[in-house]
Design a protein around this ligand. Structure first.
Ligand code: M6R
Length: 612
């Protein structure tokens, strides 16, 4: 989620690193920093804010420096402050490093290093542990020390380091996080993204998980965890800069849709104890007494996050027995809600900066209620002002249309529901276990939904849809909020007027709008109401509507009654929204592509709405 770049050669490193970091800023970062080698010492400059803010602080006397590393941060552990910005240094400031990812056992390592080994820590980050850990093993060879240190680390990471005692040498490693070595003439580079390298070289070596590399201006040494040399092929990059930023996809939206298996997995990481069959989110800061005493929850959000809240209501009520009211933030504020003791407000916001959501949060706190925020941005206003925070680890979302953040918000709500349900002894152990196993399977199942063959099936229907100015989404129970989210996505980027209805409501009015060929997307993933949904589909069929159904494999009755069908892998009904949302995102995306619209920046919209 962070951006990393390193350079060793004969050109001015600070300018080159700053240019590289700017190329990575499209991912949206909150702080930046450099560590440079100068005459046997390390000079570190770092700052909360943009890369340009950092650039403004750099002294001219650094122009002679030709070796360094840089970082742009998307905060995970610790707020975006100057001190938490990377690089982080060892006690003696002899080693500096930058990191992308999460060190899962950082607390355990920190306790050991700060206690037994006497290291002094200054930041709130997990990353700083790595600088001290490598220092602990350092005996003059950074590559050896990094190999030994990483042996003790659990997590996903890219690490890039340099030592004041090894002029011209950069050392790096990776685990489940990208790292690319760029090969130049009399210079070499390292970066987390191809975008930071393209201006300098198209010849690269791609480091694999568990491999380590040391580079100088004219050498690249790659070894495995035991120190044995590894031969790596040279990979020539053919993408242009714009394609590289989007990871080779045509649009950020599609890239982000494709990132969903990882986003969902990251959001669950460390929050499920599979052995005990339990959710472990004790770091929320809510006591057992507080959770047990809850007699009502409000979920407040806007847009897509509001739709996640509507799914959350059904989940939380069924897993915890706590009544849940869901409100659009801009309505909640002005309707004098009857807030009482033993109630809690959950706000959901990807950006953590939405003005209406923030105002609702403030109102709830003013009235004496505790607020739990589900957000994707560490240190955002919502995160800072809430009493408790649950971070979704979707990574930066750039496309205005929210996709991966939505899926991770759903996951957060499942985890909260299971956690509260367990504490309140409301949920049956075997049900909890089944749902946990179901959650763990989701990333793989989302990947299946995203397979090329599945997408081809959708595209044919999207060509039909793109020719219409009006479309409907219908569903019952958990399928209804997913239908609402599908309609929002379609409106937002294809500009087709789309309405979502509870399928049972069609006959109470909207059926009058069904004409020959009009696209109707029917969500039919809920076993308990499948027959009812099929009857509603028949009502549409009878009036000539072109129904495309999204259903589960094994729901065989559906295919014969619709014009097109998309099968999801079999899934527990309660978890189905995480899978069924994905084809609706793809439908919106491909309909908009067919219509030739600006996908990532739809007209009249902004990613983060900071005005009321
Ligand atoms: O950052 P937030 O989650 O608070 O944003 C809320 C809405 O503005 C947002 O979900 C919006 O509806 C999306 N563009 C929909 O794709």
């Amino acid at each position: 989620m962070c951006g990393i770049v390193g350079y060793t050669g004969s050109r001015t490193a600070p300018a080159l690193l700053i240019a590289g970091l700017k190329k990575l800023e499209y991912r949206g970062y909150d702080s930046a920093g450099l560590a440079l080698q100068r005459e046997g010492t390390l000079v570190v400059a770092k700052k909360a804010g943009s890369v340009a803010d950092l650039e403004a602080t750099l002294n001219r006397d650094l122009e002679q420096v030709t070796v360094g590393i840089g970082h742009t941060r998307w905060a995970t552990h610790g707020r975006p402050t100057d001190i938490n910005a990377h690089p982080h240094c060892s006690c003696g400031d002899e080693i500096a490093l930058v990191h992308n990812g999460i060190i899962e056992n950082h607390q355990e390592l920190k306790d050991w290093l700060a206690g037994e080994k006497g290291h002094h820590f200054i930041s709130e980050t997990d990353t700083e542990v790595l600088a001290h850990l490598i220092e602990e093993f350092y005996e003059g060879d950074l590559l050896v020390a990094m190999r030994q240190a990483m042996n003790k680390v659990v997590g996903s990471y890219t690490v890039l380091a340099l030592s004041a005692r090894e002029p011209g040498r950069l050392v790096c490693t990776r685990q489940s996080s990208p790292l690319i070595i760029g090969l130049g003439e009399g210079e070499n580079l390292i970066a987390s993204d191809i975008t930071a390298l393209l201006e300098h070289t198209r010849k690269t070596k791609i480091l694999e998980d568990g491999e380590f590399a040391a580079i100088t201006a004219d050498s690249v040494e790659i070894v495995n965890a035991d120190g044995a040399a590894i031969e790596t092929d040279i990979f020539e990059i053919t993408w242009d800069l714009e394609a590289a930023e989007k990871g080779g996809f045509d649009h950020f939206m599609l890239k982000e849709i494709m990132e969903q298996p990882d986003a969902v997995r990251e959001t669950m990481r460390q929050r499920i104890d599979r052995e005990k069959g339990k959710v472990k989110i004790d770091d929320l800061g809510l006591s057992i007494d507080e959770i047990t005493a809850l007699d009502k929850l409000y979920i407040i959000a806007c847009g897509t996050a509001y739709h996640a809240g509507l799914v959350g209501k059904i989940i939380i009520e069924s897993l915890t027995g706590i009544p849940v009211e869901v409100d659009v933030a801009s309505e909640f504020r002005y309707r004098a809600p009857l807030l009482k003791q033993n109630q809690m407000v959950i706000v959901i916001s990807q950006s953590g900066e939405t003005a209406d959501t923030l105002a609702a949060l403030r109102l709830a706190r003013q009235k004496g209620l505790k607020v739990l925020a589900i957000t994707n941005v560490v240190g955002s206003s919502v995160a800072r002002e809430a009493d408790h925070v649950f971070y979704t680890w979707a990574g930066p979302e750039i496309a205005v249309a929210s996709t991966k953040a939505y899926l991770t918000q759903l996951v957060a709500l499942y985890l909260l529901g299971l956690y509260f349900g367990e504490i309140r002894s409301y949920i049956d152990q075997s049900v909890a276990k089944e749902l946990l196993e179901g959650l763990i399977a989701l990333p793989g199942q989302i990947r299946e939904v995203l397979s090329e063959a599945s997408i081809d099936r959708l595209r044919a229907y999207c060509r039909h849809l793109a020719g219409w100015e009006s479309a409907f989404f219908v569903g019952r129970n958990l399928d209804f909020p997913v239908a609402m989210e599908g309609a929002l996505k379609l409106k937002e980027i294809s500009y087709i007027h789309a309405e979502a209805y509870a399928a049972g409501e069609l006959k109470h009015g909207p059926l009058a709008l069904i004409v020959e060929g009009i696209p109707v997307i029917a969500l039919a993933t809920q076993k308990a109401v499948l027959d009812k949904t099929l009857s509603n589909i028949q009502e549409v069929n009878a009036r000539g509507g072109a129904v495309f159904a999204i259903t589960q494999k094994g729901f065989n009755d559906v295919a014969g009654q619709v014009d097109g069908v998309f099968y999801l892998p079999p899934v527990n009904d309660l978890l189905a929204p995480v899978l069924s949302a994905v084809p609706t995102q793809l439908i919106a995306y491909y309909a908009a592509v067919e219509r030739g619209h600006s996908i990532d920046k739809p007209r009249n919209l902004a990613k983060s709405v900071t005005v009321e």
